[in-house]
Design a protein around this ligand. Structure first.
Ligand SMILES: NC(=O)c1ccc[n+]([C@@H]2O[C@H](COP(=O)([O-])OP(=O)(O)OC[C@H]3O[C@@H](n4cnc5c(N)ncnc54)[C@H](O)[C@@H]3O)[C@@H](O)[C@H]2O)c1
Length: 278
């Protein structure tokens, strides 16, 4: 039976861990051929061995524009074309408060989280236009693309800029049938949490179990997110089921960015009763 991505060629950055890995696994099930770009070669080689027919691992540091270009070239060379670009690689970055943020820390965050997404758009769109027939670009943004305070200042600013790239790309590329959408995850249980917060690798799993309970209430839906939740959104945006959808920031956050965390509504009711009784 044909999968939702049968015949499609996909590049996924940051594909050996967390959200990227779950997306590779789901896209393989759905019939895609995938070039995975990452900097963890051991995990990348093992992933390629696991899915030998459908996955090619290429070392690519996404802060290097030439490395992102090489992923698109690898897709064309090995699988003959490119249909989907998933700009997903990232890390927590500089956690400084805005007032303390150095230019160096800010530039590093922008290089990893923003320039990489721009490179992905540019190289994918050039290939799509050369081929004709359009294409899909997906970028992993964040709840921190909508609101301050989810992370450090550099991360928040860099993830806001991802939405800017996606929207400008929509304006310029939609006439060529090229779609660009962003996925904005809430708190997703991936290794990024442990590494970003300085928890040693040996205790990462234990830490994730701890966070899973501790942060369930951050999301109105009552649980944390898992990589597969985000992969399912990526599948929709990569597939022809979303052919009329571009320029969208799709929150995958259990409702977190749709509501206020304060209980204003309940508090104002109590205050009104107190006022009327006074
Ligand atoms: N986990 C969350 O709660 C969460 C929430 C919102 C957004 N995100 C975003 O999701 C994306 C994926 O993160 P994740 O949570 O799966 O983390 P993860 O650490 O599990 O995966 C990130 C991957 O990116 C790779 N990577 C890091 N720097 C790279 C570089 N310079 N070049 C190439 N690859 C590089 C890592 O090796 C890793 O495989 C990131 O963009 C992150 O900012 C995560």
């Amino acid at each position: 039976m044909a999968g939702k991505l049968t015949g499609k060629v996909v590049v996924i950055t940051g594909g050996v861990s967390g959200i990227g890995l779950a997306t590779v696994e789901l896209f393989v099930e759905e019939g895609a051929c995938i070039v995975v770009g990452d900097i963890q070669d051991g995990l990348g080689t093992a992933l390629q061995q696991r899915f030998l027919q459908q996955v090619l691992y290429v070392r690519a540091d996404v802060t290097d524009d030439g490395a992102v270009a090489s992923l698109v070239e690898a897709a064309v060379e090995r699988f003959g074309r490119l249909d989907v670009m998933f700009n997903n690689a990232g890390a927590g970055g500089d956690f400084s408060a805005l007032i303390d943020l150095s230019r160096g820390g800010f530039d590093r965050a922008l290089a990893l989280l923003t320039h990489s997404v721009l490179s992905g758009h540019q190289h994918a769109a050039r290939q799509f236009r050369k081929q004709g027939g359009g294409g899909a670009i997906i970028s992993t943004a964040s709840a921190a693309s909508f609101q301050g305070g989810w992370s450090g200042a550099a991360y928040t600013i860099a993830k806001h800029a991802v939405i800017g790239i996606m929207r400008q790309a929509t304006a310029e590329l939609a006439p060529f049938g090229i779609r660009s959408n962003a996925i904005c995850p809430g708190v997703i249980m991936t290794p990024i949490m442990a590494s970003a917060l300085g928890v040693p690798k040996t205790r990462a799993d234990e830490f994730l179990r701890f966070l899973t309970q501790r942060f369930a209430k951050v999301h109105p839906i009552g649980r944390v997110g898992f990589p597969r939740d985000v992969a399912e959104a990526a599948l929709f945006l990569a597939s022809d089921a979303s052919a009329f959808i571009t320029g969208v920031s799709l929150a995958v956050d259990g409702g977190a960015t749709a509501v206020t965390l304060s209980s204003f509504n309940a508090e104002v009711a109590v205050a009104t009763r107190e006022f009327l009784a006074s």
